[in-house]
Design a protein around this ligand. Structure first.
Ligand SMILES: [Zn+2]
Length: 480
């Protein structure tokens, strides 16, 4: 009996704590929620347009224009072609401090074209597709910025809101050059989100990475008539990848090495005099990544000696791991808890299960619960993002919002399908609300901004940020 009384007491305490934790919502938060809701249909239309443009890194001309034109029509001051990148832009409204930034991506991935249906069915065979949901990403962020702009316009909030149209996240990492240009230098706090299979604050740092291209150059000859006159670039390439694959046994489990052979010779009856391979090294922190990077470069040198060919290494770019901000994430978490889970219809759950069936995932449908704020892991799994570099120059608060079912292979046709229909749209609208509500907190609460900045300083320590980019202009032409 005592046990029962005790557990009832405990339960009511838990409920009480939960009720107390639920943030009170003020008029400005109500206003941004209503603004996003009111614009939902035009935001969906814009994201569907970008979904159908399916443009890849540095070629996002129509997608960038669609977003920039929308911002301009809302009264933002738009600067196009910033940081030497034709598809990069900023859209700003208001004046003075604080300056709150928000990131928006919009590039697609090659070869993933797909209709908005739950089985693999390309829209345009071989064309790109939004396999990372960036059509939703850019639009949700601009929707949030627009809601904030309205409050600044009405005199409800003071300061500046700046949307960053950030191209080429999937290849080259466009934000690197925007950071190098100093475009974030006056920003107090930056917001960011990413489509996902879960809704939660994003407090994992991702992986640092570097991309470099190795080229081998030898001597062409007849493959059978006079091979002794040949020095094979593709032999070097094979020795290089063999060296990397032997090296895998001796690297830490946190390291990832990938490569993409871009040129391995043209025909079978010529000793190839040229070979080219894109290499990527990742680790959960820069120091670990740099150590492996240097060794892989030595493997390239070794391969060139063995094949008696010349070699050349060109740095493409690299990104930092993300500097997490748990203080900012806490404010975002409170808003997620206020918003509650995204609700799905039966037909959306059916669509999700069909996707899971087609991709061999468990048939659990869509995850609608809000995840708790996780512990920030020292060695997380997952991908990398150029948001990492932004997070080293300005405190950055990040969200994951559900736009695809659990277990869906990312960077696949299945994500493209969900990003072009209501499952993706719902996640996008939800993200716009959560982001703009948290921006309201940042404008209204100076103390929160100060605490966010304090954590940023502590985590950064005395590390002096320097982007992993070669000198000179961004490789915009390399993309064409
Ligand atoms: Zn992405």
């Amino acid at each position: 009996m005592r046990k029962i009384v005790l557990s009832v007491l405990l339960m009511s305490c838990t409920l009480l704590t939960y009720a107390q934790k639920k943030p009170k919502i003020n008029a400005n938060k109500k206003a941004v929620m209503a603004s996003v809701e009111g614009r939902a249909s035009e935001l969906i239309e814009l994201s569907d347009k970008i979904w159908a443009y399916e443009e890849i890194a540095f070629q996002e001309t129509q997608s960038s224009k669609a977003l920039a034109d929308y911002a301009e029509a809302q009264g933002f001051e738009v600067k196009r072609g910033v940081a030497g990148i034709p598809t990069a832009f900023t859209a700003e409204y208001g004046s003075g401090e604080p300056v709150i930034g928000i990131l928006g991506e919009f590039d697609a991935l090659p070869g993933l074209s797909q209709k908005a249906v739950p089985t693999k069915d390309p829209r345009n065979v071989g064309a790109p597709g939004h396999g990372c949901g960036h059509n939703l990403f850019g639009v949700a962020s601009l929707g949030a910025a627009t809601a904030i702009k309205e409050l600044i316009e009405n005199g409800e909030l003071e300061g500046t809101v700046r949307f960053y149209g950030t191209p080429a996240e999937e290849k080259f990492f466009g934000k690197l050059w925007m950071v190098r240009e100093g475009l974030f230098d006056d920003v107090d706090v930056c917001m960011d989100w990413h489509p996902s299979a879960e809704t939660k604050v994003a407090v994992q740092k991702g992986l640092a990475l570097v991309d470099f291209i190795v080229e081998f150059e030898g001597q062409a000859a007849h493959a059978s008539g006079d091979p002794w006159n040949g020095r094979s670039a593709s032999d070097a390439l094979e020795l290089y990848t063999t060296g990397i694959n032997y090296y895998r046994e001796h690297i830490k489990p946190t390291v990832r090495i990938h490569y993409h052979i871009q040129d391995g010779g043209q025909v079978v009856n010529v000793v190839p005099d040229y070979a080219k391979i894109w290499t990527r090294v990742r680790d959960t922190n820069r120091e670990g990544m740099e150590k492996v990077w240097k060794h892989v470069e030595r493997i390239a040198e070794g391969a060139s000696i063995m094949a008696d060919v010349d070699y050349k290494i060109n740095l493409v770019s690299g990104v930092h791991e993300v500097l997490v901000n748990r203080t900012g994430a806490g404010a975002l978490q409170a808003n997620l808890e206020y918003l509650g889970p995204i609700e799905y219809t039966d037909s959306e759950q059916d669509f999700a299960k069909k996707i899971q069936e087609s991709t061999g995932a468990e048939l659990v449908g869509l995850e609608s619960e809000i995840g708790p704020m996780e512990e920030t892991l020292e060695n997380p799994m997952g991908g990398s993002t150029d948001v990492g570099d932004v997070s080293y120059v300005v405190p950055t608060i990040r969200l994951s919002a559900t736009t695809a079912p659990k277990g869906t292979p990312w960077h696949s046709w299945a994500v493209v399908a969900c990003s072009g229909m209501s499952i993706g749209h719902k996640g996008m609208v939800y993200a716009a609300k959560a982001l703009s509500m948290t921006m309201v907190d940042l404008y209204e609460k100076e103390k929160l901004r100060e605490e966010v900045k304090e954590e940023f300083k502590e985590r950064k320590g005395d590390y002096e940020y320097k982007g992993i980019v070669p000198d000179g202009p961004p490789p915009v032409d390399a993309a064409n």
